[in-house]
Design a protein around this ligand. Structure first.
Ligand code: URA
Length: 205
């Protein structure tokens, strides 16, 4: 009879990365979140939109961009002529990071180590969906997409560029539109998002 040698290494349970998003313990954000929020959209979508992290509504519903920022995004998508259900929509960080203010859970910007820890999930989505164009909405998304914690929006927003064999379009985050101090700044930020989405439609391999 053939005996198969079981090496001590193989006999040990492997300490592998968790294979489902909801079990992810790569950082601590899961502790205070209701659930992980995975990306949604068709496999093979040509365009992937990347936001920062789920907000209060997204955390409760388990879906990306269903709260106030999602309403801004929906408007921008419609204006740019992009169908929401034809793009893949996800976030750089999959758990909601928040702090309590009164009775409200207020968004807290994820730390770079949390963005870096969550990057593996974005990689998995990129590998699976294979988009031709990635629209990075805001600095956190851009940092994750470029795997560069020091990336800033400024010059990156001027024109689409190639990274890892695909186009990257950097635009403001929809929440930035909501936070802008006056109507003029809101309009400008919103227009950048719409222009970026229009551009994404025209870019190809
Ligand atoms: N902001 C994001 O970045 N993503 C969401 O899903 C919701 C709000």
């Amino acid at each position: 009879a053939t005996t198969i040698a079981v090496t001590p290494e193989r006999a040990q349970p492997q300490r592998e990365a968790p294979n489902t998003l909801d079990q992810c313990r790569r950082c601590e954000l899961w502790r205070d979140a209701t659930q992980a929020v995975p990306g949604v959209g068709p496999q093979g979508a040509r365009i992937m939109l990347v936001g920062e992290q789920p907000g209060d509504q997204e955390d409760l519903q388990g879906l990306p961009f269903v709260g106030p920022a999602g309403a801004v995004l929906d408007r921008a998508l419609a204006e740019a002529g992009v169908e929401r259900d034809q793009v893949y929509l996800t976030n750089a960080v999959k758990h909601f990071k928040w702090e309590l203010r009164g009775k409200r859970r207020l968004h807290k910007t994820p730390a770079q180590r949390e963005v870096a820890a969550c990057h593996a999930w974005l990689e998995e989505e990129l590998a699976r969906v294979q988009p031709e164009v990635v629209v990075a909405m805001g600095a956190t998304a851009l940092k994750s997409v470029l795997q560069d914690g020091s990336a800033t929006m400024g010059a990156m927003m001027e024109a689409p560029f190639q990274h890892d064999g695909r186009w990257v379009v950097a635009v403001y985050h929809p929440s930035f539109v909501l936070r802008a101090r006056d109507e003029e700044s809101r309009r400008q930020a919103y227009d950048v998002i719409v222009a970026g989405l229009r551009q994404a439609l025209t870019l190809g391999p």
